[in-house]
Design a protein around this ligand. Structure first.
Ligand code: NAG
Ligand code: NAG
Ligand code: NAG
Ligand code: NAG
Ligand code: NAG
Length: 247
């Protein structure tokens, strides 16, 4: 089953559970914006970190992190980089677990109303591994403007600063630890030649609960759709599906 390991599934299950717990903590905690956004932030086990340890834009390759996760870097002068490694599941076919890595960078803006808009340079790309698709391993351009409705920085007495981002629809991104107060980034310029192959969606996509179109043709654009079900339910289904496969 490609590189989708049983262990990763268990960590996916656990991280979904802990996300739910953290989502509640956001409501309880009122302190925020304690330090600058500048720096490198990473979820969970912090195995996904922006920069040269994750993406190699020159040949559109990725260095696979040990576990799934997300990482964001910001500079004080308006540059960002995002690295994500995620598994999603098609609710109706739980055994078809889709692994996605995406990398992008560009400029960001903090709006007066507190929202953040990230605008990529256009040289981002993603790798989609869909064991059930005709072509199970695709590399595609990844060029989406993302809106984060709000953000908060908390200070955990043990683990230090934590960044909470909320996607355009309010969906929380898993809390990110501050890996460094310096941004770990590839050069903030276009790093590969891209032919504008497709236009992006109108409006914003949810990157956390992204569901990709069944990968029929390589030339087609990535066409993200919102996953219908809650992440935890999907994860549980995937988990049960895998157990069934194993039997
Ligand atoms: C991409 O380039 C890097 C650095 O030159 C190299 O280590 C890696 O093996 C290459 N990957 C692919 C898939 O070509
Ligand atoms: C889920 O998989 C089924 C069967 O392969 C397919 O018909 C359906 O379109 C898929 N749904 C999504 C959202 O990809
Ligand atoms: C802030 O403004 C942007 C642009 O008008 C809008 O898309 C976003 O939803 C607003 N955010 C909030 C929290 O109202
Ligand atoms: C990336 O998206 C922007 C905004 O839709 C668009 O103007 C630009 O041409 C795209 N770049 C590429 C390389 O597709
Ligand atoms: C009150 C305060 O510290 N506000 C800061 C919140 O974070 C943004 C982005 O880092 C700063 O620009 C503000 O000064």
């Amino acid at each position: 089953m490609h590189s989708l390991h049983f262990v990763s599934l268990i960590s996916l299950l656990l991280s979904s559970l802990s996300q739910r717990v953290d989502a509640q903590q956001i409501i309880l905690d009122s302190i925020h914006n304690l330090t600058s956004l500048q720096g490198t932030w990473s979820t969970g086990a912090q195995n996904v970190v922006t920069g040269s340890g994750f993406a190699n834009p020159a040949n559109e390759s990725f260095i696979y992190p040990k576990t799934t996760g997300k990482s964001y870097s910001f500079t004080n002068d308006g540059f960002f980089e995002i690295a994500r490694y995620q598994f999603t599941s098609n609710g109706t076919t739980p055994s078809c677990i889709i692994g996605t890595l995406d990398w992008s960078h560009g400029t960001y803006e903090i709006l007066d109303n507190g929202s953040i808009i990230t605008t990529p340079f256009g040289d981002g790309y993603q790798q989609v591994q869909d064991p059930c698709a005709a072509n199970s391993n695709l590399i595609q351009n990844f060029n989406f403007t993302e809106l984060y409705q709000s953000w908060r920085i908390f200070q955990d007495p043990v683990t230090g600063y934590k960044l909470h981002l909320f996607e355009f629809d309010g969906t929380p991104v898993e809390p990110q630890f501050q890996v460094s107060n310096q941004p770990n980034m590839l050069p903030t310029q276009i790093l590969r030649n891209v032919t504008p192959a497709f236009s992006t969606t109108n409006g914003f996509v949810s990157t956390g609960h992204r569901m990709l179109r069944r990968a029929g043709s390589e030339t087609g654009a990535a066409s993200p759709k919102l996953a219908a079900g809650a992440g935890l339910t999907v994860t549980l289904c995937a988990f049960v599906g895998l157990i069934m496969l194993a039997l």
